[in-house]
Design a protein around this ligand. Structure first.
Ligand SMILES: Cc1ncc(COP(=O)(O)O)c(C=O)c1O
Length: 478
């Protein structure tokens, strides 16, 4: 297919050039009705913020320009079917999970998944079995589920219907997907990959980690807005093969997404796909070199070490850089210093911070500005290296089914000594949005230690921190 085409973008340009008169929603009438000061900022976007009028197709029944744009994306990624998403990977994860599993289906799931994966499992009523990820001892980074862990889980749960992986992780690490997916398929298990951070991992390029679609995954969800030049909230859901019920997943996309999806968002997906297609393949090689050069220069700053591009069998996306503090500052403190110099990293915690590089050859490195921003922190040459214990056992389950949880009584328990209790609420540090403690999970001492470390380092929690003074909500013992 001609990947230079952008059917949806082209249709919006044509529409805009006809000086259209609007007697339809949205109420800003192509931007002619709007708050005056804000208008200057929004004007260009408002002129293409249309709805399902003639020629504009319908996301939930695409037969025209949206269908063509989705077809081009499927062609580029090598998927059988691609859907555009306007509710982020969150909507895609919900639809793929709720559309594929029902009450009490056993689903193996990597424990360091995003909360949307667990929300999907809860809504479906499935029985999740958690696979603990490999931990990098030096940084405490949660990598991915390795082949051994997946094998163990498949043996323990031969009746499992699905396996849900997250790859790459927030820090950009990818497990050997092909082997894992092959094993799961041999056991008759469908594989879904939350590839929110990997929409640019399109082909197996030399030095770049594998794409999960190419590795054989049945369903893949990607936040286009994270690593591609696309607008926030945009994502793709790809499907292939006969294991997934495509019609059921699409029906659930209708349930979880707006019936009035944003055309600027959808058109930005069309544009991002064309951009990505143009980037292949030689610019990838040049970008690899550019990113490697930036990485090397950052490595001359003594306040941190750089996490390697390969840890055991986990390969890192070259567009992610993890800076492990080797100074008196935590990752969050380093992030604050950088932000006060106008440089904004993607994520930080007590040990490290993560930078996300652009999918472009046109950016200038800011190494000297970065050096200056963190240079006041004294360097600690020999940082104490403590072996980091896993947070949980290799394979775990919730203590109760979601249905049981709905009717169980709860009470509040002092969070400091909640080990052994079964949590009745989620505790989700954000970013990255991975639950540290999950509703229905028996709390381990190591989880509480980690919670303490996060509080001390000033982490934010998307689920709030009411548990600090009110106590943690737990299930009453029968
Ligand atoms: C691994 C992972 N999956 C899913 C999501 C949700 O993506 P979105 O923000 O596109 O809804 C995130 C968000 O950070 C994520 O990190």
């Amino acid at each position: 297919m001609d990947q230079r085409r952008m059917p949806l973008v082209e249709q919006l340009i044509t529409y805009k050039n006809t000086a259209p008169v609007s007697y339809h929603v949205p109420g800003h009438k192509n931007g002619t009705v709007f708050q005056e000061e804000a208008h200057r900022l929004f004007n260009d976007v408002l002129s293409i913020d249309v709805t399902e009028i003639k020629g504009m197709d319908d996301l939930h029944h695409p037969e025209g320009v949206i269908g063509d744009a989705e077809q081009l994306a499927a062609d580029l990624y090598g998927a059988e079917h691609t859907s555009f998403l306007v509710g982020g990977s969150t909507a895609g994860n919900l639809a793929m999970i709720v559309g594929s599993f029902s009450v009490n289906d056993i689903v193996l799931v990597q424990r360091n998944s995003h909360q949307s994966v667990f929300h999907g499992l809860e809504v479906s009523g499935a029985r999740p079995v958690f696979i603990e990820p490999v931990i990098d001892n030096e940084t405490g980074m949660l990598l991915g589920a390795d082949l051994n862990a997946v094998n163990d889980a498949l043996k323990l749960y031969p009746e499992a219907k699905g396996l849900i992986l997250t790859s790459p992780t927030y820090e950009g690490y990818v497990q050997p997907l092909e082997l894992i997916i092959k094993k799961a398929h041999e056991a008759g298990v469908m594989v879904m990959v939350d590839e929110a951070h990997g929409a640019h991992l399109i082909e197996v390029q030399r030095d770049w980690p594998a794409s999960s679609l190419k590795a054989g995954a049945d369903v893949v969800v990607q936040s286009a807005h994270k690593m591609l030049p696309a607008m926030t909230m945009t994502a793709f859901l790809h499907m292939q093969g006969s294991r997934v019920d495509k019609a059921a997943v699409k029906r659930h996309l209708r349930m979880f997404q707006s019936s009035s999806p944003s055309y600027p968002l959808m058109a930005s997906l069309d544009a991002a796909r064309a951009y990505l297609a143009a980037f292949l393949p030689d610019r990838y090689e040049r970008l690899y070199k550019k990113a490697a050069d930036f990485r090397k220069k950052l490595g001359t700053i003594p306040q941190w070490d750089i996490a390697p591009l390969k840890i055991a069998e986990f390969l890192q996306d070259p567009l992610k850089i993890v800076l492990i503090s080797r100074s008196t500052a935590t990752g969050l403190m380093l992030q604050n210093s950088l932000s006060s110099h106008g440089i904004y990293p993607e994520l930080a915690n007590d040990n490290y911070l993560v930078l996300t590089l652009p999918l472009s050859l046109e950016w200038c490195d800011t190494v000297e500005k970065i050096r200056e921003a963190v240079s006041h922190y004294p360097v600690i040459r020999e940082k104490e290296c403590i072996a980091i214990e896993a947070l949980r056992e290799p394979v775990t389950e919730l203590s109760f089914s979601y249905k049981e949880m709905a009717s169980k009584e709860t009470c509040f328990h002092d969070v400091q000594d909640a080990a052994g209790q079964v949590a009745a609420e989620d505790v989700v540090p954000y970013p990255p949005g991975i639950p540290l403690i999950m509703n229905g999970e028996r709390i381990k001492p190591r989880q509480l230690e980690r919670l303490k470390e996060l509080i001390e380092s000033g982490a934010s929690f998307q689920t709030g921190t009411a548990w600090l003074h009110k106590g943690l909500k737990v299930y009453k013992k029968d």
